[in-house]
Design a protein around this ligand. Structure first.
Ligand code: CP
Length: 344
């Protein structure tokens, strides 16, 4: 089975463990082999995600979905993924309706929740905070975004989407040209995705950001240790030229500290005219969403909505099987799902 052959004597859960526990805090926990093994589990999950097949491997299990920052897709898709495997979900959103509003610590919150639920998905505005939740308990804890830190499940579903679309187009991820565009300073999804891409060979990564919102130097230094060509520019048309994937991100003005949003050029928008002039017929256009929906926003324009190169809703759809695969792996039922699907 895919998950037992990742490393000679290790299950996938053991291969990606965080400090010895079945938890997902960062993409740093993955090797190329373990990414590919997780994607094989996600492939097996596809018919269950679409309700063409039924699995109850998590029947009786309860997920605690703790979101201390706004979310639509991550919160709902983690919940739906758990339910699709037969489990049920307890949700809490925002600090106001949590006892953290009364000063309760992350440690106490995590210890208490571990007595109520079988796994935790946590989003929190502070970098490193989800690791604090994880260290307080032995149950699976998944980082659903820790401030400007990481968003590992988003990066995994992004890479899964790239791999599936490339396979359809007869292309390999190795050697691909990927342009990451927008707020690369505060966009945690691009921090995680660029590190996952570094596991592949000969990637060309073009980092296209407005001045002041460039990729942090600690991420660039990490990427520089891999077989990867990195270019940085603030010229959109130049940065997108010849890219196999254009991955746009929203300007995260809610995280700004000393930056002034008003100072940004109004022309930092990815729209149909730009894509038609800079990119090819099979360039993938991606975005983790949400995007700024105003017509003149410095983001991904809605005039690409009917363009088949736009992969954003295929990305969101892939969030379910990838998150199902993460749960099944961390909760030790991945082999059971594989066997039941093979026998079905
Ligand atoms: N991509 C993403 O994290 O979306 P949400 O903020 O809606 O969860």
């Amino acid at each position: 089975e895919a998950t037992q052959s990742v490393h000679k004597h290790l299950s996938l859960a053991d291969a990606i463990a965080f400090e010895g526990r079945p938890q997902l805090l960062s993409v740093d926990q993955f090797s190329r082999e373990s990414v590919e093994a997780l994607f094989q589990v996600a492939d097996i999950m596809q018919p269950i995600a679409r309700r063409q097949k039924i699995s109850r491997v998590l029947e009786g299990a309860v997920l605690g979905n703790l979101f201390f920052e706004a979310s639509t897709r991550t919160r709902v898709s983690f919940g739906a993924a758990f339910c699709r495997l037969g489990g049920s979900v307890c949700d809490t959103t925002g600090f106001t309706f949590s006892s953290m509003a009364k000063g309760e610590s992350i440690y106490d919150t995590s210890r208490v929740m571990a007595g109520y639920v079988d796994a935790l998905v946590v989003r929190h505005p502070e970098q490193g905070s989800v690791a604090e939740f994880a260290r307080a308990t032995n149950i699976p804890v998944i980082n659903a975004g820790d401030g400007p830190g990481e968003h590992p499940s988003q990066a995994l579903l992004d890479l899964y989407t790239i791999q599936r679309e490339f396979s359809r187009l007869g292309k390999l991820v190795d050697g691909a040209h990927i342009a990451l565009v927008g707020d690369l300073k505060y966009g945690r999804t691009v921090h995680s995705l660029s590190k996952l891409l570094a596991l592949y060979k000969g990637i060309k990564l073009t980092l296209v950001a407005p001045p002041g919102l460039e990729m942090p130097s600690y991420v660039i230094e990490r990427l520089g240790k891999h077989d990867m060509v990195i270019e940085q520019t603030d010229d959109l048309e130049k940065g997108l030229a010849g890219a196999d994937v254009v991955y746009a991100t929203r300007i995260q003005k809610e995280r700004f500290q000393n930056e002034s949003f008003e100072g940004y050029r109004p022309d930092f928008q990815i729209n149909k005219a730009l894509i038609d002039s800079a990119c090819g017929a099979d360039t993938m256009i991606m975005h983790p969403l949400p995007r700024d929906g105003r017509p003149d926003a410095n983001d991904l324009s809605t005039d690409l909505n009917l363009d088949p190169r736009l992969a954003i809703f295929r990305q969101t759809d892939n969030g379910i099987p990838v998150r199902m695969a993460i749960f099944a792996t961390l909760m030790g039922v991945d082999g059971q799902v594989q066997r039941s699907m093979r026998d079905a």
